[in-house]
Structure formats: C-alpha cells, structure tokens
Design a protein around this ligand. Structure first.
Ligand code: ZN
Length: 121
C-alpha cells in the first residue's frame, strides 16, 4: 500500500486539494443562492459542517467564488459590511471579505461580521 503512493504523492495531493477547493466553492455558492437572507462566514461554515477554525478559509473561498461567478455568470456576491457593535462604525472600504479585528474609531473588538448574498449584477 505504502509504496504505491510513492512517486505520485505530491501530484495526487495537489489535485485532491484543488478538487476539494472547487467543491467547497460550489457548495458555498449554492448555499448563498438558496438562502433568503445574507449569511456570515461562520454560518456558512456551520451549514457545511466545517470546523469553526476554518472560518478564514471560508472567507478565502468566498473571494474565489466571487471572482469565478463574475467571470462566468451575471451573478455577483455582495457583502453586507462588518460593523462595530459598540459605536456602529461600518467598514465600507474593505477590499477583501473578512472580519476586522477592531474598530478604528472606538477600538472596540466587538465587531459584527460581514454577511454575504448573491444577486444579479
Ligand atoms: Zn467602534
């Protein structure tokens, strides 16, 4: 068994990783399409049975999903921007999908995460 894995291991792993990424991306897209309200990365992760520590990966996949949707369809992924729970500051100028760690205005770390939805361009 072990020896069979020998020379092809590296290539095989790369393929599997890409395949998984592709599938996760498609599942995120279907979830957002089916949802009647915007979903946070945590909610998406929960729905897909991912470990909460994989939240960062969900954000990355959302970015990739947004790019491929924009390339291939007239659908776009929109982000309801994160907001400070204390002072209401809204992070409207984010280039990437993520949850900022602290508010630039009041320094609070209670940030309401961004949520995502799919709609036509
Ligand atoms: Zn604040």
């Amino acid at each position: 068994m072990y020896s069979l894995l020998g020379s092809t291991t590296q290539e095989g792993c790369a393929t599997i990783a890409e395949y998984e990424g592709e599938t996760l991306r498609k599942r995120i897209i279907s979830l957002l399409k089916e949802s009647s309200r915007p979903l946070t990365a945590r909610e998406i992760g929960d729905l897909l049975g991912l470990d909460p520590r994989e939240e960062k990966r969900v954000y990355e996949e959302i970015m990739h999903a947004a790019k491929s949707l924009a390339r291939q369809t007239n659908l776009r992924i929109y982000m309801v921007p994160p907001r400070c729970a204390k002072c209401g500051y809204t992070f409207t100028d984010l280039k990437k999908a993520k949850k900022p760690s602290r508010c630039p205005k009041c320094k609070s770390e209670r940030i309401l995460p961004p949520a995502f939805y799919i709609d036509e361009a």
